[in-house]
Design a protein around this ligand. Structure first.
Ligand SMILES: Nc1ncnc2c1ncn2[C@@H]1O[C@H](COP(=O)(O)OP(=O)(O)O)[C@@H](O)[C@H]1O
Ligand SMILES: [Mg+2]
Length: 435
């Protein structure tokens, strides 16, 4: 049961006043030591103060309204204020605070304006301070952008004025309590059983896979599922900016990057972790996302015995994914000619899984594409499965069908030799209009 924000017309003012009085008295009493007083004690005292004030001021309030005031003050004092209601709502997956008065939320892939607001930018800044202080950071004019995490693992990005013109801006990607399973994705219509079967064979057969897609398109979710196909007896090293992957295998080493401290020192990048991981005798390297020079190390690892590695990359289609990889390799500072880079990509990457977030908010694997190597300086791509969009129904839902393209996968023989044979029929296209 979610509790709504305190925003009853007319009575809102009374609540706000009561709340701030309770809050002020509490601060007087505890002399600012709310963080060192046991939470249960603070909670109890808030309840008592509300009752005292209600009696003192002759307010008429229902028991339920009192409880709401108590909850709100508890959220302010012990938690993240108005954010607690949104964080506690399991339907909300992202929270986007554009200013103290404007908060958008994502539910079921759709954005909407939330009725929840902060009272002021000051209140919002207090909440921000509370979030970033847990990782020993502060946000101010000299460091106006900070990444942090909440206790539950949710990822937070903060950017404040003068960089953000309309006020302190906070973006929270809530930590998915339980990662989606492959069955979930099939039920959602994100992928078909046959596509899963093919991808499972590719992962087990040690092909190198890149999941490509835009922000929020479901890359990490798919990477998590693909990683789940890695056999139990292999040693897996995962490398992420913020550990999101939830592998169920036992033999997993989880590495996470570290941002610089307040003095600007001690940063450990994805790239350094990738290089280090090669000395950890991994069977598989899973990199949460390639967005810089680590792409080169990843390609080299894929090309030199660490086959079966997995990563994601920000791109809108498989062709763009290849181009982006090339750009990232250049960022590594290696003075390699374009052609050499493309040859590396062509031999390192075997499969590109393209994710997309469609207009109706659904996420789909819109393409599975094989990389066939490099020919005449161009990376050769061949699509094996595709999503054919056919229209939008009256509810705004995207209609369409997944289908094999009819091409026999180049890697079929390799997969069979790795003990992952697949029937040819799987790759027969569905005639247009059926399925
Ligand atoms: N196939 C899917 N169907 C529905 N929701 C999904 C699907 N894949 C991911 N999501 C949700 O979409 C959001 C973004 O997913 P994520 O995998 O983190 O994307 P990315 O890594 O591309 O930014 C999450 O809230 C996640 O739970
Ligand atoms: Mg991601």
């Amino acid at each position: 049961m979610g509790r709504g924000p305190l925003a009853k017309p007319g009575s809102g003012n009374m609540y706000a006043q009561l709340r701030s009085k309770v809050h002020n008295r509490l601060i007087e009493e505890l002399a600012g030591s709310t963080d060192s007083t046991p939470p249960d004690q603070v909670r109890q005292r808030i309840g008592e103060l509300v009752n005292e004030l209600v009696t003192e001021q002759n307010l008429t309030m229902t028991r339920q309204d009192k409880l709401r005031v108590i909850d709100t003050v508890i959220d302010d004092v012990l938690g993240l204020g108005p954010l607690e209601v949104l964080l506690g709502d399991p339907e909300i997956t992202e929270i986007m605070i554009n200013s103290s008065r404007q908060i958008y939320v994502e539910q079921h892939g759709k954005l909407s304006l939330s009725p929840v607001t902060f009272e002021s930018n000051e209140q919002l800044m207090q909440v921000i301070d509370r979030i970033v202080s847990t990782i020993g950071r502060r946000v101010d004019e000299s460091s106006p952008m900070v990444d942090a995490r909440l206790k539950d693992g949710s990822r937070v990005n903060v950017i404040i004025p003068p960089l953000a013109l309309r006020g302190p801006t906070v973006t929270i990607r809530k930590f998915a309590k339980e990662a989606f399973t492959v069955e979930d994705l099939v039920t959602f219509g994100s992928v078909t059983d046959d596509m899963v079967r093919y991808l499972r064979a590719c992962v087990r057969g040690r092909l190198n896979v890149v999941v490509s897609g835009g922000t929020g398109s479901g890359k990490t979710t798919t990477l998590n599922i693909l990683s789940g196909f890695i056999p139990e007896d292999e040693r897996i090293v995962t490398i992420e900016d913020a550990a999101e992957l939830q592998l169920r295998q036992d033999h997993v080493v989880t590495l996470e990057t570290r941002p610089a401290n307040i003095e600007g020192r001690g940063r450990v990048s994805i790239r350094e972790l990738v290089i280090n991981s090669l000395r950890m005798r991994p069977d598989r390297i899973v990199v949460g996302e390639c967005r810089g020079g680590e792409a080169l190390d990843m390609l080299q690892a894929m090309n030199t015995g660490h086959d079966g590695s997995l990563t994601t990359l920000h791109a809108n289609n498989p062709r763009e994914c290849v181009g982006r990889l090339e750009t990232l390799v250049l960022m590594a500072g290696a003075e390699l000619p374009s052609r050499a880079i493309r040859e590396q990509i062509g031999s390192a990457v075997n499969i590109i899984v393209q994710q997309s977030r469609l207009r109706d908010g659904s996420r789909k694997v819109v393409s599975i594409t094989e990389v066939l190597g490099c020919d005449g300086g161009d990376v050769q791509l061949r699509e094996i499965f595709t999503f054919r969009q056919e229209g939008i129904d009256e509810d705004g839902k995207v209609m369409g069908a997944f289908t094999p393209t009819g091409v026999t996968p180049h890697f079929l023989e390799h997969l069979a030799s790795e003990g992952e044979p697949l029937p040819l029929e799987m790759f027969q296209p569905v005639p247009v209009g059926e399925g």
